[in-house]
Design a protein around this ligand. Sequence first.
Ligand SMILES: [Fe+2]
Length: 463
Amino acid sequence: MRFALSDSSALAVRRLLIAGLLLCRAGLAIAHDDPKHAASAPVLVDDKEIYKPTPLPDRIILSWTGDTAHTQAVTWRTDATIAEGVAEIAESEGSPQFVSRAERVKATSEVLKSDAGAAHYHTVNFENLKPATRYAYRVGDSVNWSEWFQFTTASEQPEPFSFVYFGDAQNIIRSLWSRVVREAFYDAPRARFMIHAGDLINSGDHDSEWGEWFHAGGWLNAMIPNICTPGNHEYKRASQESKLSDHWRPQFALPTNGPEGLEETVYSLDFQGLRIISLNSNESQERQTEWLDKTLADNPNRWTVVTFHHPVYSTAQGRDNTELRRWWKPVFDKYRVDLVLQGHDHTYSRTGLDVPDEIVGTENVPAGVTAKSSEGGTVYVVSVSGPKMYEVYRQPYMKRAGENLQLYQIIHVDGERLSYEARTATGELYDAFTLVKRPNARNELIEQVPETPESLPSQEKDS
Ligand SMILES: [Fe+2]
């Protein structure tokens, strides 16, 4: 049976359809504005979510507590459900069969309570290792494991090697520091360790900033040992006292051969003919002087590098650290320390062998007075790897200076020669020199500064 609509009925139906369509559109428009339906809008994921610990090992990092030829320490993090950590280690080889020879070592574990809640940090110090030998290891809880990583122990003899040095990473670490540490790896993939001269992060007790730092280094930290010295940003103010970040000791296994109370911030390590000394420029500088003197007096290594955070020669006006020149510089001079690697001033500066005992233009030496130059022959470097940028107060003793550049440095030690290069975040050579050992005399310094002009935008602005 068919129904025929009259003209007026057909018109009414058409009007109903149009009204329905309009209602539908209005409904869609309402639905679009309704926050319940806005599921596709991006939402910022909270840092605490991104970096929260799980039962799986993360923040895996190699360091040394002492003997670099026979031991290797590794530290990692899990959530608080993993009470006991274990590691496995074997001499590595091309065949995957090395896993059948792996020995198991129990970790020491400790709780760290931070703004992200409780996490467990586990440390194993592999001991009785063979020198100059490639090992494979993994960490976990005997059920959940990391991948196998590899490292090589130091030779007992002086042998050629390279290492990397970074100034402050500190800010916007995941976003803008990552490219620097990775570019350094491109240039020195066989570097034997990485030195971080303080201010690795901005707020020492914000767990997510450490999360960013570990994310940037990623698996490199599990393959290349790290030597870290604390900056002022690894210190927090607890009432009147300044206190080292709670993260420092649980997450880095560093030597405890420094003065009492300053362990794992003041220490020395020897690596294939090089003594590396970390000083803590944040506290008790005077108390470290005697230890420094003793450590340098009894030093069989051909080369000596000292690292700490605050510069002996600040690159900025109003940031001078006179105490460091007063206490430590005479000791560097006395023992002819080769190289001092620093941070803090968020610029680049590198001296020659002739450096003043005092900086002209400070409260100690008014402008117009000539500062006396000492005979130590130490080269002092200030550098920066993160994106926070300051201005340089250019001084005549600086052989190369720079602003507005993220940099990394690769240092190569080979017998009588130590060669140094600073490169920008894009891998461009910014500074270079070579030191040559001379018996009972200052080093010879061979300048190899590239032709490119210094990056000093603040001085272009002023002129
Ligand atoms: Fe600093």
